[in-house]
Design a protein around this ligand. Structure first.
Ligand code: WT7
Length: 668
């Protein structure tokens, strides 16, 4: 099925200058776009220089090297001073609790960022230093990240749903000198004592010989009367939170509000080279240890700004809402950098789609007259379960464009999104990209690209995909294989922080000359791309990538587990659920208590997102003669599919029958 709606205001632009970017070389295309931004000095070297071929030497991507700029200046000062957008709303903050809200203009945001940048400087943070941020979805999270980039410091944001162990690992890997956190927050009804977790992480770091000198804590729930919240509308009194625990270590801890009170709201930006590091964001790696994906200044800025503008067809009066958390790349690129670079007005939502009820999303859409709405298939599938009525309680008349990201969207969810939420008026942009790509790489342009439910359609300008077979040959026409990219685009990652070797091995070694996404892909007769899922050992749970190895190692750290193998089992809401097989150490018997302990263990090691859905006691695992676990077979067992395909390499086939008999019954 293909649906085409023609009403795109950018269509003329697309059809003129850049609709066929192949007429333009990347330097002309991006050079033209760069003219809208502020540069302290012009670039000196080549506009774009790169090597994607490991056989020819080190992998590198250099974009506009020698030019100097500052992203914070471009997304705030430029909008306030040059574009006269100072009084425009940057964010409508909507708290977890309905009625808890704030409005922040570009001018206010700039002032707060400058103040906090001065605070960071006074704490000794310098250009190039890494700062870890572990905060809920509050405006101060954006303030903290932009304050870092204003002074040339590199932020490393850790999603506030991650455990203390995960935070510690990330702080140590990037050797952060300072941590910014908050007292706590509510997710729905649940109170998260964030400071407690942050302290636990810092203690773990100390135990491992790494100590952070300073921790700045925002009072989000425990604010006092004189600690005025950011923004022009004050929130109503917070719900009381007697269970909030705020441990305080006077040698390390500093109060956000006290520091800011005395800080000047003027701060000259630090001019950075195009290829200076901008931020590090960790993503799961197939060997278990997360990878610190490094993005740099200019390429990322131009790429997120341009993809945001074109993919959401951004217009001056639009109100845009991306439901992701800033702790993930979607929030970095499409809550902070892309929208702010365009002077857009966004909703920043702290809560959940189901709290206090399952109409919350649509209530917010009507409240702020949201025109573009960007979410994940997992959220759509979750809301689908409750039917049309909660959606239809609200008008949703303002909606113009709907977006999806994070995993392949199944056609059923697509149709529900299109017909029930968008009432067949709104094009759906199914955007395929990765933490590593910085921004959208396969995506429709709304109303210009005919849609096919479940396909991320075609490459963005300057992105050149290819499909390779196992031997690395490029396949032509309709085909299926490995999705790779043949040349860089400005927003592509530059390295794995502190580990160039791992960067090259992970993305460039398998097929020299190509960036390997790790996704399988099919191309149809119209040249449309259909992502078929990860081909490495990664799982996609509710739009979050998890490595099976990471979960396995968390399980195996339990003294009763000798071996573990984790596979994905399709799940109607989450996309994939975690089905874990565990072999116990001799003499241990499997019971509910142990099962609960194992689930807790994984939750504490990695985070709630990785909590196993099913754990099966597996006295033996299917292995090849060389001892490699056959996950392909385990996946079939998890799904109760008896057609196992070729199992000739299996060392002992009796274990398979045994596992089938003892499968976890669904709903357990
Ligand atoms: C992986 C990247 C990009 C932000 C969210 C996830 C899957 C992402 C789509 C889509 C099919 C998708 C891929 C990709 N993915 N978007 N529209 N259609 N699959 O970022 O955690 O780096 O995960 O998410 O498997 O490789 P990430």
């Amino acid at each position: 099925m293909s649906i085409n709606i023609v009403s795109c205001k950018h269509l003329n632009y697309l059809l003129s200058a850049s609709f066929n970017p192949f007429c333009l070389c990347p330097a002309e295309f991006w050079g033209d776009i760069a003219k809208d931004f502020f540069w302290k000095t012009k670039h000196t070297g080549q506009f774009l220089d790169y090597n994607f071929d490991v056989t020819k030497g080190e992998i590198f991507i250099k974009f506009m090297e020698g030019a100097s700029t500052n992203i914070c200046y471009n997304v705030l000062d430029r909008n306030v001073h040059e574009r006269k957008l100072g009084e425009n709303v940057a964010f409508y903050w909507e708290g977890n609790e309905p009625g808890d809200e704030l409005t922040v203009t570009y001018r206010e945001l700039l002032q707060r960022v400058c103040q906090f940048a001065n605070v960071l400087k006074s704490q000794g943070v310098k250009k190039g230093d890494r700062v870890s941020i572990y905060m809920p979805m509050v405006v101060e999270l954006v303030v903290a990240m932009l304050a870092c980039v204003r002074i040339g410091a590199v932020h490393s944001i850790v999603f506030a749903g991650f455990s203390a162990e995960s935070l510690c690992e990330r702080i140590m890997d990037s050797q952060c000198s300072l941590l910014i956190t908050a007292d706590g927050f509510y997710r729905g009804d649940k109170l998260i004592n964030l400071k407690l977790l942050a302290d636990e992480a810092l203690q773990k770091c100390r135990d491992k010989g790494f100590s952070i000198q300073r921790c700045i804590m925002l009072k989000h729930l425990s604010k006092e009367a004189d600690e005025t919240p950011l923004g022009s509308r004050s929130p109503p009194a917070k719900r009381s939170c007697p269970d909030l625990q705020v441990p305080w270590n006077p040698e390390v801890d500093l109060c956000w509000h006290t520091l800011v009170r005395g800080a000047s709201d003027e701060c000259e930006p630090e001019w950075c080279d195009s290829e200076d590091p901008l931020f590090i964001l960790y993503t799961s790696g197939s060997t278990g240890k997360p990878k610190g994906v490094l993005h740099t200044v200019s390429g990322y800025m131009l790429y997120t700004a341009t993809t945001f503008k074109l993919v959401f067809d951004h217009q001056p009066d639009d109100v845009y809402w991306c439901t992701a958390d800033i702790g993930w790349i979607t929030g970095h690129s499409y809550i902070t950098y892309g929208p702010l670079a365009n002077g857009a007005t966004s909703v920043l939502f702290e809560g959940l789609p189901t709290y206090p009820d399952v109409s919350r999303m649509w209530e917010i859409v009507d409240k702020y007259h949201v025109t573009s709405f960007y979410t994940a298939p997992t959220a759509i599938r979750l809301l689908m379960k409750y039917g049309r009525e909660p959606v239809q309680k609200y008008k949703r008349e303002s909606l113009k464009i709907l977006g999806t990201v994070g995993e392949p969207i199944n056609p059923e969810a697509w149709h529900w999104y299109y017909t029930v939420v968008g009432e067949k008026r709104c094009p759906i942009v199914d955007t395929f990209w990765q933490t590593e790509t910085g921004g959208h790489v396969l995506t429709p342009l709304p109303a210009a690209t005919p849609m096919k439910p479940g396909s991320a359609t075609l490459p963005f300008f300057g992105v050149v995909p290819a499909i390779l077979n196992e031997s690395g040959e490029e396949l032509e026409g309709p085909s299926e294989g490995y999705l790779v990219f043949k040349q860089p685009w400005p927003g592509v990652m530059r390295t794995v922080y502190g580990n160039q070797q791992r960067f090259e091995t992970t993305y460039f070694k398998k097929f020299p000359g190509y960036y390997v996404t790790g996704d399988g892909c099919r191309r149809d007769e119209d040249g449309y791309y259909w992502i078929t899922g990860r081909i490495d050992d990664m799982l996609n749970v509710s739009g979050h990538l998890l490595s099976t190895a990471e979960v396995e190692s968390a399980l195996m750290e339990h003294k009763s587990v000798s071996e573990a193998a984790v596979v994905g089992r399709p799940h109607p809401v989450k996309g994939e659920s975690l089905y874990c097989f565990v072999t116990l150490t001799d003499g241990v018997t499997y019971n509910r208590t142990l099962e609960a302990e194992l689930k807790k263990q994984v939750r504490e090691k990695i985070g709630a997102i990785a909590t196993p859905d099913y754990i099966q006691n597996a006295p033996g695992l299917p292995k090849t003669r060389s001892g490699k676990i056959m996950r392909r077979v385990l996946r079939k067992i998890a799904c109760d599919e008896r057609d196992l395909g070729d199992i000739s390499t299996l060392a002992d086939s009796s274990v398979v029958e045994q596992l089938f008999q003892n499968r976890c019954r669904m709903g357990v």
